[in-house]
Design a protein around this ligand. Sequence first.
Ligand code: TXA
Ligand code: MG
Length: 332
Amino acid sequence: MSINTEYNTNIGIDVEYAAALLRDGETVAIPTETVYGLAANALNEDAVVKIYEVKQRPQFNPLIIHVDSFTSALRWVQNVPEEARLLAEKFWPGALTLLLDKRDLIPDLVTAGNKKVAIRVPDHPLTIKLIKQLDFPLAAPSANPSGYVSPTGAAHVYAGLKGKIPYILDGGECTIGLESTIVGWDEEGRTTIYRLGGIGKEEIEKVIGHEVRIVKSITENPATPGMLKSHYATTTPLHAGGIADLLKIFSDKKCVLINYNQYQPNYPNELQYILTPHNNLHDAAKNLFKIMREADLHNADVILAEYAPSEGLGLAINDRIERAKWEWKKEI
Ligand code: TXA
Ligand code: MG
């Protein structure tokens, strides 16, 4: 295996071919309802290393493993809390990842040394059909080069990873468009959301009958000095807040606007996007990454993004906008 390997990257719907590649220890991009994943055999450390190489991840971030059912999950995790069972029953297949005690079969490389593994059942017929043909779970981070916006269509994956992977399984546009919500239990057994995503905090609380806390994991919050291009970021510097105010600050710059549901008056429409014309948070979530990519193609000086209302999926949308922000941090 060599990082210099050049693949002729194909795009198609051949599940058998994708399965054969994965059995061979190759990486394959797979569709899910949240974002596209870059999959490899989670039990094969050489295959997992390829994921890190392809993504050019700076460090070994832990990976989510994907299975076809709760029953299959029990082959790879243990000591499953009752609440996890309830959540899986309600939301799987779906945009919920559970952080659970791993069994020894799962390599430490997958969890970056953590005793817990992140696991979910994706809600996409092609990927479920694929997983059913395999006798191993699929480790898969989002299929974007490290630090760039997550892909919500096969063309996005191709743009970022062509030549680096042999195959993209094309399952169309992602129906949710935001990564999964990650839920786990800390040492004291407290239910914790480690990443907001496609399933809202309120929905989770409704199932388990009590409030949950939100704690952002360290791996999701890299802190580095300098002009920080963070996780999920566009290449064009992105600033977020009230668009009218930001336009005043950046009046001498070419700005591309990502509005929530209304165009700004007195600004060229061709330099504006709206996340949802009908004030619908589901649509806004679905469109966010796609619009961030399109906004990035204008060769503008800055992208100005407006936050969504802070409720339900809006919290996850705002979290992604927050992370896409370029922030000026003093060199230390
Ligand atoms: O919707 C999704 O979750 C997508 C699709 C492909 O399933 N996947 C995804 O993976 O977003 P990724 O690698 O881009 O983000 C997964 C995050 C990691 O950055 C890490 O913070 C957390 O999940 N994570 C994964 N495994 C973990 C573990 N064992 N312990 C703590 N955090 C973990
Ligand atoms: Mg990611």
